[in-house]
Design a protein around this ligand. Structure first.
Ligand code: CA
Ligand code: CA
Length: 399
C-alpha cells in the first residue's frame, strides 16, 4: 500500500517535472522579461559541449540550438537572475537578447492570378533581360533566400529549388506559409517559361531557408542558424529581406563569418523612412534602398550613409505562396534585384576586379563592381538615398 502511494506520488512528481519542462519549451516564444525568455549565449573559446550543458543546467537554462558559427547557443533562461549569474560567470563571454526580426515588405498586398509570362518592371529596369541572350542565366550560382521559406509547389519556382531547411522547427518543411519568401525568391529566380514572371537570374539554384514564421517574424538565433545552414550547403549569396531597428552582436558576428568565408550578403535597408536597420547597416552586407518606376526613392525606404545600392521596390509583381502571384512593395523587394545581379556577376570572370589576386570573386570585389556600374541617381556620386546608384545587371557583367 505504502509503496503504491509512494509510486503514485513519484509519478505525479515526474509528471509535474515533465509539464514544467514542456511548459518551458513552449515559453520559448514569449518575450524576454523577468519571467525568462530566449537568449543568445556566446561562450568563451575552448569550452566543450558537456561543460556548456553543465553551466546551463546549473542556472536552470535549456539549450534550444547550437550556433557554432558564432561559438554560441540559443537558450531559454528562467529569469533575469539566472541571466546575470550565467553572464557574469566563467565560460561565458556574453549573454544577449534573442531579438525579433521581421520581413521588410509593406503590409498591403494585392494577389494576382497567373499571367502569361510578363517581364516585371523591376527586372526590366535593372537590365537583367539584356544579360540572358549572352547565355548567362546565373546557373549554377547558389543563392539562399533566408526568409519565410519558398513555395515548394510553385510552377514558376520549384525547378530552381535545390534544397531547404526550417530553422524554426527542424522537423517541419521549409515550405512558405507567408508568401514573402516566395516573392523575394521570384525576383531572384522565377523561371523563364511561358507563365507568370521572370527573375533576374532565371536559372539560379535556390536554397529555401525558413527562419521567419507565417506572421513574418522570427528570432535572431534562427536567422544565424539559417546563415550557418546556407554556408554548410555552399550558398554563394544570401538574401536577407529582413531586419530590425536594433542590432545584435551575434548577428553581426555571423555576418562577418559568412563574409570572411566569401559569401555575398545582400540586405534590405528597412521600411522606416529613417535610419537603415540591421543587418543592412553592418558594413559586410550590401544595403539596398527601394526606388519606384520613376527612379525616385520610395518614401518608406530607409536611408543613410550605410546604403550601398538602390533597386526597384515599389509595386513589384512576383511569385507568392502556393501557386500565386502578388504585387508587393518594400525594401524586401529591392534587395533581391541586387541579389540576382550578384548571381549574374558571379558567373563572369573577375578580371581586373580581382583586388586580392586569387582569381575569384569575393564579396568586396562583387560589391565594388556593382557600385561602379550602377546608374547614378540623386546628387552626383554617393548619397544617403541611393548609395552608389541604381543597380544595373547588364553594365555589371561587362568586362
Ligand atoms: Ca516564368
Ligand atoms: Ca578575388
Amino acid at each position: 500500500m505504502n509503496t503504491i502511494i509512494f509510486n503514485r506520488s513519484l509519478s505525479i512528481l515526474l509528471l509535474a517535472a515533465i509539464l514544467v519542462t514542456v511548459g518551458a519549451i513552449f515559453l520559448t516564444n514569449k518575450a524576454v522579461g523577468e519571467e525568462g525568455g530566449r537568449k543568445i549565449i556566446i561562450w568563451q573559446t575552448g569550452l566543450n559541449e558537456a561543460a556548456k550543458d553543465e553551466l546551463l543546467a546549473k542556472h536552470g537554462g535549456i539549450k534550444l540550438k547550437n550556433l557554432s558559427l558564432v561559438n554560441g547557443s540559443a537558450v531559454w533562461l528562467p529569469n533575469k537572475t539566472s541571466e546575470k549569474a550565467l553572464g557574469g560567470g566563467a565560460g561565458v563571454l556574453r549573454v544577449e537578447d534573442d531579438i525579433l526580426v521581421f520581413t521588410l515588405g509593406k503590409p498591403s498586398s494585392s494577389a494576382t492570378t497567373q499571367p502569361t509570362q510578363t517581364l516585371p518592371w523591376g527586372i526590366n529596369r535593372i537590365d537583367a533581360e539584356l544579360v540572358w541572350p549572352s547565355g548567362n542565366n546565373a546557373d549554377p550560382v547558389r543563392v539562399a533566400i533566408v526568409d519565410t521559406g519558398i513555395s515548394a509547389t510553385h510552377p514558376d519556382l520549384a525547378a530552381n529549388i535545390k534544397g531547404g531547411y526550417n530553422a524554426i522547427n527542424t522537423t517541419k518543411s521549409w515550405n512558405d506559409d507567408n508568401g514573402h519568401g516566395s516573392h523575394v525568391a521570384g525576383t531572384v529566380a522565377a523561371l523563364n517559361n511561358s507563365i507568370g514572371v521572370i527573375g533576374a537570374g532565371p536559372a539560379v539554384d535556390l536554397l529555401a531557408v525558413k527562419v521567419l514564421s507565417r506572421s513574418g517574424s522570427g528570432f535572431t538565433s534562427d536567422v544565424i542558424e539559417g546563415i550557418q545552414w546556407a554556408m554548410n550547403n555552399n550558398a554563394q549569396v544570401i538574401n536577407l529581406s529582413l531586419g530590425s531597428s536594433s542590432g545584435s552582436q551575434a548577428m553581426h558576428d555571423a555576418i562577418i563569418a559568412a563574409y570572411n568565408a566569401g559569401v555575398v550578403i545582400v540586405a534590405a535597408a528597412g521600411n522606416s523612412g529613417a535610419a537603415v536597420g540591421f543587418p543592412a547597416a553592418y558594413p559586410e552586407t550590401i544595403a539596398v534602398s527601394a526606388t519606384d518606376s520613376n527612379n525616385l526613392l520610395a518614401s518608406f525606404s530607409s536611408r543613410g550613409p550605410e546604403i550601398d545600392l538602390a533597386a526597384p521596390g515599389v509595386s513589384i509583381l512576383s511569385t507568392y505562396k502556393g501557386t500565386g502571384y502578388a504585387t508587393l512593395s518594400g525594401t524586401s523587394m529591392a534587395a533581391p534585384h541586387v541579389t540576382g545581379a550578384v548571381a549574374l556577376v558571379l558567373n563572369t570572370p573577375v578580371g581586373t576586379y580581382d583586388v586580392n589576386g586569387d582569381g575569384r570573386w569575393n564579396p568586396a570585389e562583387v560589391q565594388k563592381k556593382l557600385q561602379d556600374r550602377a546608374t547614378d541617381l540623386g546628387i552626383s556620386g554617393f548619397d544617403n538615398l541611393y548609395g552608389w546608384g541604381l543597380v544595373n545587371a547588364y553594365n555589371a557583367i561587362q568586362p
